[in-house]
Design a protein. Structure first.
Lengths: 273, 322
């Protein structure tokens, strides 16, 4: 009888220990309302997946957050209360919502993907979760220019041609060019002011920018993008190498030359003393 | 020894006995050392802070690291631009004025010119002798700067950086040369040495402080703290519209700034030292070719004043009188 009691006691203790050992991490990707495991991503934009992480243990633990291999050009990171984090600490039974942000490159060929996320507890216990993303290609726009860099003289106007392509599946209307020129440069005109593009269609914008005559010599970037209410394209930066008009050089050299001739004549007239 | 070499030698010896010159030179060297050492230390602090962050990320097992901050070792010479603008110019003016006035006051000018030495040779000796002094000063300060940057900041310095630094000091030399020639020209032009020095200082104040200040003050966006356009709640498109109507005003404002060698020195200096962004990818010689107007803005006034000094000195009959 005594032996039976001892065996039961040991079994009870073992059960208790095992039950405690099973307590670990619980990761939910749909723990709170409006949280799903499948997210829509848009080229050139950032999407966030919300993950609920719960410490189901009776003691506090630190957790390391890792992402699996991301497709080329994608960037993923975790965020808690607006701060980028790689580690978080949860008290016993505490639960927290972590955002997993993913930056989607503009020209991605990926349509659907699943990203494995791994949460490792400080005692080595691991929990994995897979978050899937589906690419929304309805609205996508890209701009390009053949001009790598430009040379100009201060006071001149430069004309740029910007190609714009509707790479999405839907029509894009009221597209306008957003030009961010250096300070005091003047955007004279943008032709056309507005565009409508069907899927796969492309067109050209002609842009005229005037460099002020007081502009100093140097390299200045003109940043350009295209936008409408649905989508914003990639941004391109065209460096413009501004040099000073050679007229100034000839004027100054001319003045020095005239003065030099005058000095020589002056010396000839009065002789050396 | 040719008469000009004698004048050059005498000029250097005299300057090293001039107390005012030595005091200003001492202040300039002291400020240069302090500013460069502090600048280099600041670069070192930034580098150490970045290295600590990388070590911390490595300890967390990270393999991707943030880009290194812009550790521009040349930026340690930034304050030097201001010191040359103040003390360097003052030093050159004192040298220029003293080189002529001391000869008048001691009566040696009459004695020298009664010997077989032409007035233009005498003037050349004065200018070249003092230019050698100024060149020696800038060379010494450039070596101090370079050594401080290499030893203190621990940031690797490339051969391109060294060329940039020496060209910057060459620009500083050209800037000081302008004030030297200005000092000599006015000392030759005016019978009273003290008045000549006073006028030189007034001209220095005008072209170094008033003209750039007028340029800054006339800039529409500088009318209110934080920028006129942003204070008025104007976006970039509206700002462009306003600026479009003030092209002539803007050209006039720039013209006033262009009259100041100090502004030219600042522009080419900041471009060479990579303090002004946009020149990081250029070689030192490319920077000079882009900023040729500023190099010319430093050279041309000196040449013009030198030629004018020849003509004035040749014709003046009462040159011996103080």
């Amino acid at each position: 009888m005594k032996t039976k009691k001892t065996i039961f006691s040991v079994l009870f203790l073992l059960t208790l220990v095992f039950s405690f050992m099973q307590k670990g991490i619980q990761v939910f990707a749909s723990e709170v309302p409006n949280i799903t495991t499948n997210y829509e991503i848009v080229p050139g934009e950032t999407t966030n997946a919300r993950i609920a992480l719960e410490n189901t243990d009776t003691v506090s633990h630190a957790y390391t957050l890792n992402t699996g291999q991301l497709p080329e050009g994608f960037n993923g990171y975790f965020s808690l209360d607006g701060n980028v984090v790689n580690n978080i600490t949860l008290d016993a039974s505490q639960k927290n919502i972590i955002d997993f942000f993913i930056d989607v490159p503009l020209n991605t060929s990926v349509s659907d993907m699943s990203i494995p996320l791994e949460i490792i507890r400080d005692d080595g216990v691991k929990e994995s979760l897979s978050v899937s993303f589906t690419l929304n290609q309805d609205y996508a726009l890209s701009i390009s220019s053949n001009i790598q860099s430009l040379k100009a003289i201060n006071g001149d106007s430069i004309v740029l041609e910007i190609g714009v392509t509707n790479t999405g599946n839907k029509d894009l209307t009221d597209l306008s060019l957003q030009v961010d020129p250096p300070y005091k440069w003047i955007v004279e005109n943008v032709n056309p002011t507005s565009l409508t593009l069907k899927p796969g269609e492309n067109s050209l914008y002609e842009l005229k920018v005037t460099i002020p005559s007081s502009g100093q010599a140097g390299q200045y970037p003109i940043n350009i993008s295209c936008t409408n209410s649905d989508v914003t394209s990639n941004s391109i930066s065209i460096p413009v190498n501004v040099s000073t008009s050679a007229n100034y050089f000839w004027w100054i050299t001319g003045i020095i030359g005239v003065l030099l001739i005058f000095t020589i004549l002056y010396f000839k007239k009065h002789g050396r003393r | 020894m040719s008469p000009m070499l004698v004048v050059i030698k005498k000029e250097i010896t005299d300057a090293l006995k001039n107390k005012l010159f030595l005091i200003i030179l001492g202040m300039l060297l002291l400020l240069t050392i302090v500013s460069v050492v502090l600048g280099s230390y600041q670069v070192k602090v930034s580098l150490d802070s970045y290295n600590q962050s990388i070590s911390f990320l490595k300890s967390l097992g990270k393999t991707t690291f943030p880009a290194a901050p812009n550790l521009n070792p040349l930026s340690s010479s930034k304050s030097f631009v201001n010191y040359i603008g103040l003390l360097g110019a003052l030093l050159a003016m004192v040298l220029g004025n003293a080189s002529v006035v001391k000869e008048k006051r001691s009566g040696t000018l009459k004695l020298i010119l009664s010997r077989q030495i032409f007035r233009d040779t005498f003037l050349n000796g004065k200018v070249i002798g003092n230019m050698i002094l100024l060149f020696a000063i800038t060379f010494i300060t450039s070596i101090i700067s370079l050594v401080s940057v290499v030893v203190i900041s621990s940031v690797p310095i490339s051969s391109g950086d060294i060329v940039r630094m020496f060209l910057f000091f060459l620009m500083s030399f050209l800037y000081m040369t302008f004030f030297l020639v200005l000092g000599i020209f006015l000392a030759v032009l005016m019978p009273n040495g003290n008045k000549a020095l006073l006028i030189t200082v007034i001209i220095w104040l005008v072209i170094s402080f008033i003209l750039p200040q007028i340029g800054d003050t006339m800039d529409m966006d500088n009318q209110l703290p934080g920028g006129f356009f942003s204070s008025m709640g104007m976006n970039k498109a509206d700002t462009q519209k306003v600026l479009d109507h003030f092209k002539f005003y803007e050209t006039t404002r720039d013209g006033i700034e262009q009259m100041s060698p100090t502004k030219h020195y600042e522009r080419v200096g900041f471009a060479l030292l990579n303090i002004k962004p946009g020149f990081e990818q250029n070689t030192a010689l490319e920077v000079l070719s882009i900023k040729w107007i500023d190099v010319l803005g430093l050279l041309a006034p000196s040449i013009i004043l030198w030629l004018l000094a020849y003509m004035v000195f040749l014709k003046r009959e009462n040159i011996y009188q103080e």
